[in-house]
Design a protein around this ligand. Sequence first.
Ligand code: ZN
Length: 293
Amino acid sequence: MMQTPDSLVKVTAADKTLRGLAVTTTHLVEQVRVRHKTAPTASAALGRTLTAGLLLGSMLKQDETLSLQFLGNGPLGGIFVDANARGEARGFVHNPRTHLPLRQGKLDVGGALGTGTLTVIRTQPWGKEPYRSILPIVSGEIGADIAHYLLNSEQIPSAVSLGVFVRPDESVGAAGGFIVQVMPGASDEIISQLEARIAQTRPVSQLVREGATSREILALVLEGFAPVTIDDMPVRFSCRCNRDRVLDMLAALGKAEVEDLLTTEGAAAVTCEFCGELYTVGRTELDVLFSDQ
Ligand SMILES: [Zn+2]
């Protein structure tokens, strides 16, 4: 099936007493799967967290960044995602080949992660102190954990739905998610109608699989609440690593350490853990790097 490009949409609804965000991430999650060679359960865990990162990232101010770090005692280990307000995200898991038997017909993300902590870090520009929240993992299914974070740290009641559909050949067939938030002033009637509406909504991965865009997802979830679109933007995978940063890192490692790498390996090879990019730095470049030492 033809897939539309990944995009993120923000709306207000019910006279601005509700806020909705939806994102489709099929291409982004598939790209990350290929980069990290994740097995299905790990793909779902990382894909849901990337999707959540983009949704939360879109609530940031322009120059802020967000990190989501799940650390669990299950076979997956940890999930790490960075996102920003410009619709860019990157991420990795500790053990990408993690795959568990299905639980009630679904990929067992909670079992793969286990119990542990979710740390959310909001980094502000201009060297201001970052905001950091550390919460226990409540279900490990990611969506419920993000809702728990939004309620406890941001004091906003939120419904969070995240989904990744993995095909039998392990490729990602559909991914996306939505968050609906209840703002101050929402009536009890609006809240109970919304709860009923969300309970009726089919899984978000199924909607994306059927070709729904992020705009259509919100139109469905917020049907009857007169949603008004306030933003619509593309999202994409993006890593901040580059050769200069790798050289800075090698410089910080020190001449003796790098000299050791050259002798044993023939070159200094550095792999970016966020995107899997391999940087190989040879003798000539390293001589220049350490020429003033
Ligand atoms: Zn990278």
